[in-house]
Design a protein around this ligand. Structure first.
Ligand code: MG
Length: 643
């Protein structure tokens, strides 16, 4: 039976913690790494009992290294080692022993001899009722490709000897995937799944540190699993991930993300099979269809009565007006055009807790869904439970799930026409809010172009998987840039229609702007809200007049700009005077500006796109440097005042 499995090496912690995390996430099978036993205080049979209690099958014991094709006396020693592995398997109740191709410098690399060794080992295993799986390591001394491993397995020709197919080794060597479908099913001992980024690095380092879950990297995992299933394989599909960040993260989170990634991979696989007129694989229950998301209905700030006047002043200076007050809570709705910002000053409940931990900041995003209930069912099926908040009499219940740093993502029903100018507010607004004069004041900002999440490095891939699987977002290739104090990495995740775009950013280095944000914010969160306008120059002139503090751009930036582009001198001068940044592609132009950071927590970007679809990454180092200078000033001021 096809089933999801996870190798214990994927998670961090003790073996007990790993097994419990795997079971809790919903796995029913694990691959046991022998190293995990080394640190286990009990006996191997205790592991078997623990696994049984948790409903986990131990599908394989891993790994036995440097076995095939060794000269004597090492060959004889290897067979003794194998007997000890079988003894261990007796206690564990595992039926499959995985051998990875020899990397030893003394290995002979004579196929006949290696095949004979595997055949003899298979005979030995058969006496004890066990199977042997042979796997090609990409850096094996003689066997590097699955086709070579298959050659040895075929030559050995033993019923209890099969091949272990590991997507990492296969994809990193660019081995063909399609011919896997022609392998005899009973000859595939185990299928291991690992994705990885398509970066140039020696395969061993890439494998040991950068393997990741399906959908987090660049490998064709769905096609790989599809080929194995076409071959008729119906065994365990096992995540085997070596990743320092994963081992450093809580095992529960890693196991949940692993299953989430596999479920999404299974969904993609079934979609491909459907196209080919094939039955679904039915590994687990099918997921409710991914949602269609058509935009951000509102952004909610958590703040206090004391701090909100400064936030409101900033919002008003960029064109927002208060249009409604909540019927029962200290919550206001600010609007311009179709943009909604909710200011929450409640002294209890979710937003207040969020404020106490993070200060004035974005505590919730509300997305518009075609079918919020189905979207919620999907989220639940992917291990993202529904958040149930306190609701007052007559208030709308807006279901939510937890987003970055336990902020909330509200699941709202899209309301056709609600965003049209001067239309009445959608139902949920009327129910909870009392509107004052105009329901939709005009203003210079026309859309929420995107918002950025900053997350801890160890959480980066977790959020990539969350957005892709739970919300059905798609990602763009990762961008890597310089920060004055380290490095900055960004991957943009968007709803398929691009109405919601979220660059997820991480920093590498203790004093990078990202790291400092995480320090002052108390974790990850929304660092940037980017608003679109039709005329940035007019906007900045007006906003500067209204006292909006913008980030200072060094003069050298404009010198560099004039050297790179043939910009008209009056335009360049206007950009310099106003502090506007510029980027250009073959087809379009981009103008943007950043506000100074509000309480070291978040900032606004205002941008004007002219047939330009990127994010101005070329100017990110300038922004990071200016923000670093701004932060250094803050630190200096604090020191001077003895704060
Ligand atoms: Mg492997």
């Amino acid at each position: 039976m096809l089933r999801w499995s996870i190798a214990t090496v994927t998670m961090g912690g003790t073996l007990e913690v790993k097994l419990a995390a795997a079971a809790r996430a919903g796995f029913r099978a694990v691959e046991l790494f022998e190293n995990d036993l080394t640190f286990f205080s009990g006996r191997p049979r205790d592991v078997r009992a623990r696994a049984q209690d948790l409903g986990l099958e131990i599908v394989a014991l891993q790994p036995m290294r440097d076995f095939e094709g060794m000269p004597q006396p090492m060959r004889a020693r290897n067979f003794e080692r194998a007997q000890r592995k079988f003894d261990l398997m007796d206690e564990l109740g595992a039926k499959l022993l995985c051998i990875c191709s020899n990397v030893h410098e003394d290995s002979l690399g004579e196929p006949e001899r290696s095949a004979a060794d595997l055949a003899d080992l298979a005979d030995l295993a058969a006496q004890r009722g066990y199977r042997i799986g042979f796997e090609a390591l990409a850096w094996g001394r003689h066997v590097k490709d699955w086709m070579q491993a298959w050659d040895l397995v075929s030559r050995a020709d033993k019923a209890n000897l099969g091949i272990v197919l590991d997507s990492f080794h296969i994809c990193v060597r660019n081995n063909p995937i399609a011919p896997i479908a022609d392998l005899p099913a009973y000859k595939i001992a185990l299928v291991q799944i690992a994705d990885a980024p398509a970066i140039l690095m020696d395969p061993m380092s890439l494998s040991r540190h950068h393997r990741c879950f399906p959908g987090q990297g660049d490998y064709p995992i769905t096609e790989f699993v599809e080929a194995a299933i076409k071959a008729g394989y119906r065994g365990a599909l096992s995540l085997e991930i070596f990743n320092d960040q994963f081992r450093g993260a809580p095992a529960n989170v890693v196991a949940r993300d692993g299953l989430r990634a596999l479920q999404t991979c299974g969904e993609a696989l079934d979609a491909r099979r459907l196209e080919q007129g094939l039955a679904p694989t039915s590994i687990g229950s099918p997921l409710p269809k991914a949602p269609a998301i058509s935009g951000l209905e509102f952004i909610e700030f958590a703040t206090s009565s004391a701090e909100s006047p400064r936030l409101v002043a900033l919002l008003e200076a960029v064109g927002f007006r208060r249009v409604a007050r909540h019927r029962s809570k200290d919550v206001d709705l600010y609007r311009q055009n179709s943009l909604n910002i909710v200011i929450n000053r409640e002294q209890e409940g979710f937003a207040h807790s969020f404020y106490l931990v993070h200060g004035t900041s974005v505590c919730a995003l509300a997305l518009r869904f075609d079918d919020p209930q189905r979207a919620l069912d999907r989220a639940n099926a992917l291990g993202a439970p529904t958040y149930h908040g306190r609701v007052g009499p007559g208030e709308a219940v807006i279901p939510a799930v937890a987003g970055v740093e336990n902020s909330l993502i509200y699941f709202l029903k899209e309301t056709p026409g609600a965003a049209a100018p001067n239309s009445r507010a959608p139902g949920h607004w009327d129910r909870d809010f009392v509107f004052e004069e105009s329901t939709q004041p005009a203003g210079p900002l026309t859309a929420i172009d995107h918002l950025s999440n900053v997350v801890r490095r160890s959480e980066f891939l977790s959020w990539v998987t969350f957005y892709k699987s739970v919300l059905g977002f798609v990602d763009e290739p990762q961008v890597e840039l310089a920060d004055p104090y380290g490095a900055f990495y960004s991957r943009v995740l968007s709803s398929p229609d691009k109405s919601v775009r979220i660059p997820v950013n991480i920093g590498d280095g203790g004093a990078t702007t990202v790291s400092r944000f995480i320090e002052t914010f108390g974790g990850g969160g929304v660092q940037q809200l980017a608003f679109a306008t039709d005329d940035l120059f007019a906007f900045v002139e007006q906003a500067r007049g209204a006292g909006v503090p913008f980030l200072t751009v060094p003069d050298n930036y404009y010198e560099d700009l004039s050297a790179r582009y043939d910009l008209a001198s009056d335009m360049l001068e206007r950009m310099r005077t106003l502090g506007i940044l510029y980027d250009r592609t073959k087809s379009g132009e981009f103008f943007h500006i950043y506000t100074k950071t509000f309480d070291e927590r978040f900032f606004f970007e205002i941008l004007e796109r002219r047939n330009y679809d990127l994010f101005g990454a070329a100017n990110t180092p300038v922004r990071l440097a200016a923000q670093a200078a701004e932060m250094d000033e803050t630190v200096k001021a604090r020191t001077e005042f003895g704060m």
